[in-house]
Design a protein around this ligand. Structure first.
Ligand SMILES: [Zn+2]
Length: 398
């Protein structure tokens, strides 16, 4: 018996992780859908279901076109991702045999949690709000840094082409911008909900390329990763790095299938391409940043930092295998200028974290010793970041 929209909404509501976990959402603003968004996303979902009828007949998604299935706009966006990822998968694929429908939902918490919860009639995916907010501020920081040198630099599609030069000429401004970002990120980690309709949102909307290259790519990677856990029938209570790597590889495969869906629906598969080339790497790098800031915050409060270090190490391993998998399947996406722009920004941010920790310490104890000493930073990162930001050589034509 197919589930109704109300039944799906009730199951999502009753799941433990939906409980609002102290993330302060002023005036219920998260539940107000942006103007015009409702029609747009619901008609996209309806079109996908019409083009791929097996999503309804075999996989049980008739409820997905109904507004009553969703609480936030994010819910509907994530659900659309799920449908596009599954649409081109061969219905005879063994992992789809007996596979229950998946409802993807935004969890209203500050943590960087994404979570798959298998169920008897309905599987659930939850994606925490906090990380997406940190990502938003990260992008604002990027725009601010790019604004420091308008028109004077050759630019890549995503970031300033000559970051060194910007740093040389505008170092103080850069540090201020990075500090503002760190301030916002720490506020999110402490559970303060940032203003959703502030100038950042307007700027992101005005720069639509940034929206789909980064924000959508990361969201879409996370949805595909959790869907991967469910399709692989992982025991979600027993997370290991091996399972995470396998869910990441499933995510790449699902995004590759999604190329077909998007070609069929829109004539271009740009979003799926970016979700592969930028989604995973941006997730690992920004995730690392998120946990590094969390560790800094814990350190300041004399709380244990080991869990964060464990997660950082796991992200490092996952990124390594992601890259390897892409190379193994012959993906040309690693040299994307978008990616290189992102690496540069993350490096800058890492330096910013280091500089800020020194400043905290100077302010706190009046001694010019770094709050996080260099050894600690090296322990976390080793030479990894240097390797990661090295621009890969394009293969020369022979
Ligand atoms: Zn996972």
């Amino acid at each position: 018996m197919a589930l109704t929209a109300d039944e799906v909404a009730a199951r999502a509501r009753n799941a433990a992780i939906t409980i609002e976990d102290g993330y302060d959402v002023p005036g219920g603003q998260l539940y107000k859908w942006p103007d015009g968004s409702e029609e747009a996303i619901l008609s996209r979902i309806t079109d996908t279901l019409a083009a791929y009828p097996q999503l309804v007949t075999n996989l049980g998604y008739s409820w997905a076109k109904d507004r009553a299935s969703y609480r936030t706009y994010g819910d509907a966006m994530f659900q659309w991702n799920v449908l596009e990822l599954l649409a081109e998968v061969d219905p005879r694929h063994p992992n789809l045999s007996g596979f229950k429908p998946v409802a993807a939902r935004q969890a209203i918490n500050r943590d960087f949690i994404s979570y798959a919860q298998p169920g008897r009639e309905l599987h659930l995916i939850f994606i925490g709000r906090g990380f997406m907010d940190v990502l938003k501020y990260f992008m604002e920081m990027t725009l601010n840094i790019m604004d420091l040198a308008p028109g004077t630099h050759e630019r890549s599609a995503w970031g300033p082409a000559s970051l060194q030069e910007i740093r040389k000429r505008h170092n103080r401004d850069v540090v201020e911008i990075v500090n503002a970002f760190l301030d916002q990120a720490i506020r999110v980690i402490r559970g303060e909900f940032p203003d959703r309709h502030g100038p950042i949102r307007d700027r992101l909307v005005a720069a639509p390329n940034l929206m789909w290259t980064t924000y959508d790519a990361v969201e879409s990677f996370i949805v595909a990763h959790e869907l991967g856990h469910l399709l692989e029938r992982h025991d979600v209570h027993d997370a290991t790095t091996g399972k995470e790597v396998s869910a990441d590889q499933a995510a790449i495969s699902l995004q590759l299938a999604r190329h077909g869906t998007q070609k069929e629906m829109f004539g271009t598969s740009l979003i799926a391409t970016m979700a592969v080339s930028l989604g995973g790497p941006a997730f690992y790098l920004l995730g690392s940043l998120y946990y590094l800031i969390s560790a800094l915050e814990a350190w300041i409060r004399h709380k244990p930092i080991e869990p964060f270090i464990g997660t950082l190490a796991s992200l490092k391993v996952r990124w390594f295998y992601y890259r390897k998998y892409l190379l193994d399947i012959g993906s040309p996406t690693l040299t994307s200028p978008h990616l290189i722009g992102l690496y540069r920004m993350v490096t800058l941010c890492m330096e910013g974290v280091f500089a800020t920790s020194m400043w905290f310490n100077l302010k706190g104890v009046g001694k010019p010793e770094p709050f996080l000493d260099e050894e600690f930073v090296n322990m976390l990162w080793g030479d990894w970041l240097d390797d990661e930001i090295a621009i890969p050589e394009a293969p020369s034509a022979e």
